[in-house]
Design a protein around this ligand. Structure first.
Ligand code: ADP
Ligand code: MG
Length: 380
């Protein structure tokens, strides 16, 4: 059996994980890998593949979260010529391309529900249909899936099929976050130092003892990916220096600053959400105002079947909108048909919204286009 040496780690957690991975590697069993981003899920999947009898066939990684849902299905299962606009010829999907090899479905928690149905069938029968075809295709593909999500939660929220989850987790491998791997942190750092010394043709002067201790205490939110990137920057930017805790801190702080910069757009998104949220509250308040106004009008109408001019005058005086004033002066104010009632309601709402057509249309539950049409028709 070929041993892939890239799955580094001597800590007890990793040793146990490696043993478990080797036990399942040579079976056909579906594996679900769970772990934080950057903790090495793909590395573990490749390790399993490399230690299986499929090792000399393809390993195809697919990021289910990165592919738009409409496209994911044809990417996975393939499609026939003419199945959709732009399908000029039929194409194999990843499942067929990975025949006798392994497909790695990363971020499986992001798989759209419609695709999950089809995927469950593949897991159960090994069969599927290309998009645009009813013929069944069979592929002998080993499936390894991974997620950094709490799948229980995804199932509870209705975003992931429960039957698929139970089917997938026949073997669940948990990758520990880097902060729980103790001495592996230094072992991995050393591994990356060698990798980047070779790549960049530089010699690394090493870490001081205190810097090593700081690395052991640091929580590594980005896990091994973060460590690898850190080592590469240290090698290039601190060339010829022995790395002290001060140098290390400077880089770790820079990285977290950089991270907060990366997150800035999300903040803007939040601000935008706040504005939308506030507008909704405002809109609800406006709807209540209009409802009260309408209730009052209806009450008045019940008292007097026809609206009298003095009533119109009241509306007119409360309206700062010339359009409404014009309307008010142009009508008798009497409501004697459904059209009149509609005209009046529109005029009233326009007045409440101070002539803002979008708000008016929103409150009346009609499109802006319809509103414009009615304004024109009623000569408002
Ligand atoms: N055990 C390991 N040994 C060596 N390198 C690793 C190990 N685990 C992860 N890495 C490296 O860390 C980075 C992130 O790994 P990856 O498998 O892509 O993480 P994930 O899929 O969990 O986000 C990659 O550059 C990978 O090569
Ligand atoms: Mg990954």
């Amino acid at each position: 059996m070929k041993r892939d040496s890239n799955f580094i780690g001597k800590s007890q957690l990793v040793t146990q994980l490696r043993e478990l991975a080797l036990q399942v590697a040579d079976t056909e069993i579906t594996v679900l890998i769970i772990g934080e981003t950057g903790a090495g899920k793909e590395v573990l999947a490749r390790f399993i593949h490399a230690n299986s009898r499929r090792a000399d066939k393809s390993f195809i990684p697919v990021n289910c979260g990165a592919i738009p849902s409409g496209i994911l299905e044809s990417e996975l299962f393939g499609h026939e010529k003419g199945a959709f606009t732009g399908a000029f010829q039929s194409r194999k999907g990843y499942f067929e391309s990975a025949d006798r090899g392994t497909i790695f479905l990363d971020e499986i928690g992001e798989m759209p529900l419609e695709t999950q149905v089809k995927f469950l069938r593949v897991l159960e029968t090994g069969e599927f249909q290309r998009v645009g075809s009813s013929d069944s295709v069979y592929a002998d593909t080993r499936i390894i899936a991974a997620t950094n999500k709490n799948m229980f939660q995804a199932v509870a929220d209705g975003n992931f099929r429960e039957d698929l989850y139970y089917r997938l987790r026949s073997v669940e491998l948990q990758i520990p976050p880097l902060r729980e791997r103790g001495p592996d942190i230094l072992l991995l750092a050393e591994h990356f130092v060698h990798e980047f010394e070779r790549k960049h043709g530089v010699i690394f002067e090493g870490f001081t003892h205190e810097a090593g201790e700081l690395m052991l205490r640091y929580p590594w939110p980005g896990n091994i990916r973060e460590l690898r990137n850190l080592v590469e920057s240290l090698l290039i930017l601190e060339k010829g220096k022995r790395i002290t805790p001060e140098i290390l801190e400077k880089h770790l702080i820079q990285r977290s600053r950089h991270k907060s910069l990366v997150h800035e757009p999300a903040k803007q998104d939040n601000q935008e959400l706040n504005i939308i949220y506030r507008s909704l509250i405002q809109l609800r308040q406006d709807i209540n105002d209009v409802r009260q106004l309408l209730e009052r009008l209806i009450e008045e109408r019940q008292e007097r079947p026809l609206l009298l001019p003095d009533n119109t005058a009241r509306i007119q005086s409360s309206a700062s909108n010339p359009v409404t004033e014009e309307r008010a002066s142009g009508t008798s104010g009497a409501v004697n048909s459904l059209d009149d009632l509609e005209k009046k309601t529109i005029a009233e709402t326009l007045a409440v919204c101070e002539g803002n057509k979008r708000k008016t249309a929103g409150l009346l539950g009609i499109t802006e286009r319809t509103l414009y049409r009615k304004i024109k028709a009623y000569g408002l």
